[in-house]
Design a protein around this ligand. Structure first.
Ligand code: MLT
Length: 255
């Protein structure tokens, strides 16, 4: 009798250790807004994204790479640091700006969570905007699943938990799984809030902060389920994010 597939949710990356992820396929989530933005940037033609933890390191890397076409993007406190080419609003990443460029990206939580989750055997990037494509990649991969939520300012983020719950629901409907408690909590959260996604994203702490900055459109952009069928994936040596898979058999969004 094959063992159930282990599915774990980490509502913040605080207690993640490389050893815990070594044999897993990890899914990194920062719905508002880093992973949503990464998906938009690759869809708009960025050839790779370099996730960087610190602003000064990002500036230095972009300057070193300026020989090619480099974009320096991201946020602190929700707004682009001085001298950045782009912020962290998905809609900024247009084909005209992105085609053929490499994006150096640093954000408050999302890029740090990604760098921690990169210790996994395989690391995928998820938003609601590529939900079904991520579902299908997970269904095809036999490894245990670790869903890593970036959270918001070190706390659990409702927006990330909702997407984690939606992925847990898909996995539970398609295979025998063993869930950790956080996976059950995320699933319950999605069952309760997931039917009104826009509203749920707006009331999250990250959503409320974005609205206070006038970034309401970013919340609407993050809620556009299955807008894209590409799945960004972490590559190593050097660590970067590129398009890993493209295409879906069908939508798996049931709400
Ligand atoms: C993050 O990485 O914490 C978020 O992307 C923050 C933001 O976009 O404002």
């Amino acid at each position: 009798m094959p063992e159930d597939r282990v599915v774990r949710v980490h509502l913040t990356p605080a207690r993640l250790t490389p050893e815990r992820l070594a044999d897993s396929v990890a899914v990194v989530i920062d719905v508002l807004r880093a992973t949503t933005t990464m998906i938009h940037a690759l869809a708009a033609g960025c050839v790779a994204i370099w996730p960087i933890a610190e602003v000064e390191e990002a500036r230095r890397l972009a300057d070193e790479m300026r020989a090619g076409r480099v974009l320096l993007g991201g946020e602190r406190g929700g707004v682009p640091p001085p001298g950045f080419d782009l912020g962290n609003s998905p809609g900024e990443y247009t084909c005209a700006r992105c085609k053929g460029t490499t994006l150096v990206l640093t954000t408050t939580n999302g890029t740090r969570a990604l760098l921690q989750a990169a210790a996994a055997a395989r690391t995928l990037i998820a938003g609601f905007v590529n939900y079904s494509a991520v579902c299908e990649q997970l269904a095809q991969d036999p490894r245990p699943v670790d869903i890593v939520c970036a959270g918001y300012q070190g706390e659990v983020a409702l927006d990330d938990a909702l997407l984690a719950g939606a992925l847990v629901e898909f996995l539970c409907e398609h295979q025998a799984v063993t869930l950790n408690d956080a996976a059950r909590l995320a699933w319950d959260c999605f069952e309760h809030h997931g039917r009104v996604l826009d509203g749920a994203l707006e009331i999250s702490a990250g959503g409320a902060h974005l609205r206070s900055l006038g970034y309401d459109e970013d919340i609407r952009a993050a809620a556009r389920v299955d807008q894209f069928t590409l799945v960004p994936e972490v590559r190593h040596e050097p660590l970067r994010v590129e398009i890993g898979a493209v295409g879906i058999v069908k939508s798996h969004w049931g709400h």
